[in-house]
Design a protein around this ligand. Structure first.
Ligand code: ADP
Length: 450
């Protein structure tokens, strides 16, 4: 096992990793920008190192500063959290060159899945169903038109290097295609430095369903069921739950085992998520995330497995915590991402939290790094915290969520709490009857006064 882990992240995920380290008896090193000197992860870590000024590129993405921090503190492993350097294969290799363990998958798998075209080819080869579309990057407008006509409009133009919903454009009709291609390519070039784009059939009302996997890197891999992340705004997840209200046990088992088998073949190491769109009973692979995800607590609540702790154990050469047959899905869990944003315009609302009262009680969990008096800096994401609830049934979970949301107090900054309080009372949400466009349609209806 590792002696000392450097946590190359901030906010709630830095704290989440720190908690797992404490339970494993591993010493922790926090790193922080000058804007985060008062952050909770810095206060709770055994040691801390300032790695640069506020902009992420000068601090949390500053590889030489992170290496120096490892050197100074004698850390033997680095946990990247999510975002920042978590899916940077080069970073994993640089750490290895310095005799430091990257707590994550093999660099080759990060690289493979980071290229969405290669990822899709690999998924197909491993027997995972994919969205119909171009076989690789499209090189000309004519080629794109021929493929689009073959799969049928509407089509979605996606960036090969995509992430965070950027570089994605819908072409409803053949007339829209040229402009969708050029805007997606331009956006991809500026966001990722890679203009290559590919085509996919645009699914009309799918759900976003993702499978959590855990692999030992030696050919052992299990799946831990699914999360339904269909409630999105601008392709960003807002509310996640598991199990999906749309799947039954047989469907879960079928897709789960398909994914687990693919991960065994790949000899995948650590935690990962295979993301699908799901429509009319069919699954379509969209991408794989080779890291711990924001919404991982949903799976932890329904499987009683500490994913971050297992991630660390496995990175240190440990075995899988259980066999597939031993994985049991217990009850239901929902996560709400409470952001410091105006609940109507979604404009970020950084600033000082004047009053803070997290909800509690049975089945209620808060993953957050804020405290009363904490100042949310303007430089990073606007997550205040994740409210995660668990219940024996979905109905009990919703009841508990309603109660917990009503109890939660965050004052001084605007938050998205009012949105969740409304959502948890919406008939479509209560029925579990929603798809990836539902939330945007709902918000448009609210804005129109409907
Ligand atoms: P990113 O890596 O940018 O997050 P993804 O491929 O994971 O991109 O897609 C993000 C979201 O975009 C999905 O959850 C879904 O809402 C939407 N999306 C992606 N592909 C399609 C598609 N073929 N048809 C309809 N919506 C899609």
């Amino acid at each position: 096992m590792f002696d000392k882990i450097l946590i190359a992240n901030r906010g709630e995920i830095a704290l989440r990793v720190l908690r797992a380290c404490k339970e494993l008896g591993i010493a922790t090193v926090a790193v922080h920008s000058t804007a985060d000197a008062d952050a909770m992860h810095v206060r709770l870590a055994d040691e801390s190192v300032c790695i640069g000024p506020p902009p992420s590129k000068d601090s949390y993405l500053n590889v030489p500063a992170l290496l120096a921090a490892c050197e100074i503190t004698g850390a033997d492993a680095v946990h990247p959290g999510y975002g920042f350097l978590s899916e940077n294969a080069r970073f994993a290799e640089i750490l290895a060159d310095h005799n430091l363990q990257f707590i994550g998958p093999k660099a080759e798998h990060i690289r493979l899945m980071g290229d969405k075209i290669e990822a899709k080819k690999t998924a197909k080869r491993l027997g995972i169903p994919v969205v119909p579309g171009s076989d690789g990057a499209v090189v000309s407008d004519d080629e794109a038109m021929a493929i689009a006509k073959a799969i049928g409009f509407p089509v979605l133009v996606k960036a090969a290097a995509g992430g965070g919903g950027r570089g994605m454009k819908v072409a409803q009709t053949p007339e829209d295609l040229a402009i969708a291609l050029s805007t997606a390519a331009t956006e991809a070039k500026s966001a990722f430095g890679d203009a290559s784009v590919y085509l996919e059939k645009y699914l009309q009302k799918p759900r976003h369903i993702e499978i959590q996997v855990l692999g030992d890197g030696r050919g052992g891999a299990i799946h831990l069921g699914e999360r339904d992340c269909s409630l999105q705004r601008r392709h960003q997840k807002v509310w996640e739950e598991g199990p999906s209200p749309a799947l039954d046990a047989a469907q879960r088992k079928k897709i789960g085992l398909t994914v687990a088998k693919a991960m065994q073949e790949l000899k995948y190491l650590g935690v990962g998520t295979v993301e699908f769109l799901y429509e009319d009973g069919e699954f379509y692979f969209i991408e794989m995330n080779t890291r711990i995800q924001v919404e991982h607590p949903v799976t932890e609540m329904i499987t009683d497995i500490d994913l971050v702790l297992e991630q660390i154990r496995i990175a240190a050469g440990g075995d899988l915590p259980m066999t597939q047959d031993e994985v049991a899905i217990i009850g239901h869990s929902i996560e709400c991402r409470v952001n410091a944003e105006n609940p109507v315009t979604f404009r970020p609302s950084p600033g000082r939290i004047q009053q803070y009262h997290p909800p509690g009680g049975l089945g209620v969990r808060i993953d957050s790094a804020v405290y009363q008096g904490y100042v949310i800096p303007p430089y990073y994401d606007s997550l205040v915290g994740k409210l995660i609830v668990h219940g024996k049934t979905r109905a009990e979970c919703l009841m508990r969520l309603r109660r917990a949301l009503d109890e939660m107090v965050v004052e001084g900054v605007e938050t998205t709490l009012p949105l969740f309080r409304a959502l948890v009372r919406e008939p479509a949400i209560i029925d579990g009857d929603y798809h990836i466009h539902w939330l945007e349609q709902y918000l448009a209806g609210q804005a129109a006064g409907g």
